[in-house]
Design a protein around this ligand. Structure first.
Ligand SMILES: Cc1ncc(COP(=O)(O)O)c(C=O)c1O
Length: 410
């Protein structure tokens, strides 16, 4: 694949990046497996409640490793069967721990994320926790670190963002990590949106220094399009911090004297007790398309945003808010009625009313959806973010045509 950081037309956008017919066929087959293994056998009293395997054996049987290339359909279907086969059959009448129902993939999900994200020398653990944060500016950070003791408070924790929600901006992690190291501060990175850029060899420079973070949040349900919800909290700590923070030591729920290594149990490390195995969806997708396929999703989204950028610069009435760093493309549409009034006192107030008016028209027409918001001194502007690999150049042209048409007479 050619460099996407150029004009963006190196990735062909003419055709959808997804084979929906093959996807549909695959889902039909998975559905049959679910009915057979997950419903019929899982509720059949003659089946074993659990096909017990030692953790190491289970890891080998399920082949948890993630690779560059994706796997074929038959292999993936077998994986779906295996996951169900080795899950606890919580639906059988012989499953008496009935405080919850549904399938238990805890061990698998925990292991999987620990394995895949451990590409740097540090060790991460996983918990379904999300920490929200705000953009940090380095100069402000230095100022705050020096200033807070005067106020009688001790700086403790710094949140940096890799891919801000609106502008898609990336904080300089290495420089922030230097400040944190100097002052003994915990560095958390909110990479919920931008973290997936790490999968692309061409874009991962945006997160240079992330290996120095103490903790990271990452949402594969955003850029990778994993079904909602799929969020990871990655922790450098290997001293059992999650257990110490969240563990309630409820022996009626989490026995410490089991016959296998209980450090593999994630239950008592998280604030939730009952929860879904969200990591499974990411694992299956990763197995299906491989690291290369995931990278392609990221790069295709980037290429689509570069195509739009070119068009926005070229088309009448469109004005960029700023040059994009990532996939977020922020722009105003200025209708002809406002042309030439840029210096009038009412210009910005009037412009701020355009995005809501255009959005109302598109919703009433049902033709498309796009977000808008004001930010700082900027009045309402559109924020286009493309993640769906099914989006083609034609859809992008439609997007711009539609905004132009809906906004032209305002
Ligand atoms: C930078 C950033 N962090 C965190 C979140 C929260 O995401 P979610 O609620 O999907 O976990 C968002 C949502 O857009 C985001 O953009």
């Amino acid at each position: 694949m050619a460099e996407p950081s150029g004009a963006g037309d190196s990735i062909p956008l003419e055709c959808p990046g997804l084979d929906t017919a093959a996807g549909e066929e695959f889902l039909q087959e998975v559905f049959q497996i679910l009915l057979e293994e997950g419903v019929r056998k899982s509720t059949d009293v003659t089946q074993k409640v659990c096909e017990w395997k030692e953790p190491q054996e289970l890891q080998d049987l399920l082949d948890l490793e993630l690779r560059s290339d994706g796997e074929g359909r038959e292999r993936l279907l077998q994986r779906c069967r295996d996951v169900l086969r080795f899950s606890v059959r919580t639906g059988t009448p012989r499953f008496f721990n009935q405080l919850f129902s549904g399938l238990d993939h805890h061990v698998l999900a925990g292991r999987f994320l620990t394995e895949t994200l451990n590409t740097s020398p540090c060790t991460y653990e996983v918990a379904p926790v999300l920490v929200l944060m705000e953009e940090q500016v380095l100069a402000k950070l230095r100022e705050l670190v020096g200033w807070s003791p005067l106020k009688g408070s001790e700086p403790l924790f710094v949140c940096a963002t890799s891919g801000t929600t609106v502008l898609g901006a990336f904080d300089p992690l290495d420089a922030i990590a230097d400040v944190c190291a100097r002052h003994g501060l915990w560095l958390h990175v909110d990479a919920a949106w931008g973290g997936s850029a790490l999968l692309s060899p061409r874009l991962r420079h945006l997160l240079a220094g992330i290996h120095r973070a103490d903790s990271v949040t990452w949402n594969p349900h955003k850029l990778l399009m994993v079904g909602l919800q799929c969020s990871a909290f990655l922790l450098r700590d290997s001293s059992g911090l999650l257990q110490r923070c969240h563990g309630v030591g409820a022996s009626y729920l989490f026995q410490r004297d089991k016959f296998y290594d209980v450090s593999l149990d994630t239950g008592d490390k998280s604030p939730q007790c009952g929860r879904r195995a969200d990591g499974l969806k990411l694992w299956i997708l990763w197995k299906a398309v491989g690291t290369r396929g995931l990278a392609q999703r990221v790069e295709r989204a980037f290429a689509a945003s570069r195509y739009l950028l070119e068009q926005v610069k070229r088309r009448e009435g469109f004005q960029l808010v700023m040059e994009p760093e990532f996939i977020n493309l922020c722009f105003w549409f200025i209708p002809p009625s406002l042309w030439g009034q840029e210096n009038s006192p009412q210009f910005w107030d009037k412009l701020g009313m355009m995005a809501p008016a255009i959005k109302e028209k598109m919703i009433r027409r049902g033709s498309m959806m796009v977000g808008y918001q004001p930010q700082g001194s900027h009045v309402n502007f559109f924020r286009q973010i493309i993640t769906n690999p099914a989006v083609t150049r034609q859809d992008l042209d439609f997007f711009l045509d539609e905004i132009q048409e809906l906004g032209w007479d305002l």
